[in-house]
Design a protein around this ligand. Structure first.
Ligand SMILES: *Cc1c(COP(=O)(O)O)cnc(C)c1O
Length: 369
């Protein structure tokens, strides 16, 4: 595909090309209906099938049991920062947070906006979030209503390798926006999982929520209707007009993951892409990885160059080579290569080849600096 370049954007991010091709057709005429996906009533049979199939594929990929309800909502992961405590955190209880970056901090902030109690059970702030807390560093409060974690830290490039242990009977709530379905996930360990689609699952505008059925009814009934999980669960995400196009694309992304061999195959593909980059970074004395070994994200690889000037030069020359979206988040600086599920191995190979070339050409400038 010569008309597309390699896109390392953190989100919205690269989507699988076969999905884009299929979506192009579906915008015109979906499932032979003579009507495009964006033009169908959300109350019709055609969309019903699309929604049901998306849910079924979602369940199949991670073996999600009927003890869980799958919702397709709006408002992004950011609305879940509020909706989770509104529904799951009574005024006399505390929510425990594992703070591993900006997104966890924002989730904490929204609990405080509601006037509810937060306990920070661990935070990586002291080392600028360059690693995931160790088990010994986590101190839970007495009987928290839930424990919240961010599985992958999109901005600082760290990722939980495995879920932390939580006190018995306490629901684990996870923001999995930037690594959902990048590897196998045991949903039965969680009370609630939420993921904005635009990193690994589809277009912006839809957020996937997987919630254990027993948590659907714990929220107060005097919340605004749209902010109660029970509203959406009772109507199969069709209480109001859902983001129909986003749900369609997400369903096709699930299909694509299945065709690749499922979540195990995704993990292998992602692990080998990330290893290409980290191995080079560890061997280089020009570039260096930011995240500490053991905490490194397979989705967002953050790295630095010798000077800010050389970093800017690197980013601008890379862009000219068709390697786009490599500038780090403004909070972190440096560079970030987001290499989600749909990022082909060839993109990472091209990036590493260019980094080697840039290193050779600019080593002298680095030594002088
Ligand atoms: C991008 C991101 C968010 C914010 O998602 P929105 O859909 O923009 O609200 C939240 N959490 C994580 C981990 C993210 O990567």
């Amino acid at each position: 595909m010569t008309d597309r370049i390699f896109n390392f954007s953190a989100g919205p991010a690269v989507l699988p090309e076969p999905v884009l091709k299929k979506a192009q057709e579906a915008i015109w005429n979906v499932a032979g209906s003579g009507i495009g996906i964006m033009e169908h009533s959300h109350r019709g049979k055609v969309f019903d099938r699309i929604r049901d199939q998306a849910e079924q594929n979602c369940r199949e990929l991670a073996g999600i049991s009927n003890d869980y309800t799958i919702l397709f909502l709006q408002g992004g992961a950011s609305l879940q920062f509020s909706m989770v405590p509104m529904n799951l955190l009574p005024a006399d209880r505390t929510a425990d947070f594992l703070v591993t970056g900006v997104w966890s901090q924002k989730a904490v902030k929204e609990v405080k906006v509601l006037g509810r109690k937060v306990h920070v059970a661990a935070t990586g702030e002291a080392s600028n979030f360059d690693r995931i807390p160790t088990t010994g560093e986590i101190k839970y409060s007495d009987r928290p209503a839930y424990v919240h974690l961010t599985t992958n830290n999109t901005i600082y490039g760290t990722q939980w390798a495995v879920e932390p242990a939580v006190p018995a009977g306490v629901p684990l709530v996870a923001d999995t926006s930037s690594d959902m379905y990048s590897r196998p996930i045991d949903v039965s360990k969680y009370g609630l999982i939420y993921a904005g689609a635009q990193k690994n699952l589809g277009p912006a505008g839809v957020v996937l929520v997987i919630i254990r059925n027993e948590l659907l009814e714990v929220g107060p009934k005097d919340l605004p209707t749209m902010l109660q999980y029970r509203t959406h669960a009772g109507e199969q995400s069709l209480y109001n007009t859902p983001p129909t196009f986003g749900i369609y694309v997400m369903g096709e992304v699930f299909n694509w993951i299945k065709a690749q061999g499922g979540l195990g195959a995704m993990a292998e593909h992602n692990g080998s892409k990330a290893a290409l980059l980290y191995d080079y970074l560890d061997a280089s004395d020009f570039f260096r990885a930011v995240a500490q070994p053991g905490s490194r994200s397979l989705m967002n690889v953050c790295f630095r160059g010798p000077t800010e000037e050389l970093e800017n030069k690197f980013i601008s020359e890379a862009t000219k080579r068709g390697l786009d979206g490599l500038k780090g988040h403004r909070n972190a600086g440096g560079m970030r290569a987001s290499i989600y599920n749909a990022c082909p191995r060839a993109a990472v190979e091209s990036l590493v080849a260019f980094m080697k070339e840039f290193e050779r050409a600019n080593r002298g400038a680095a030594v002088r600096a």
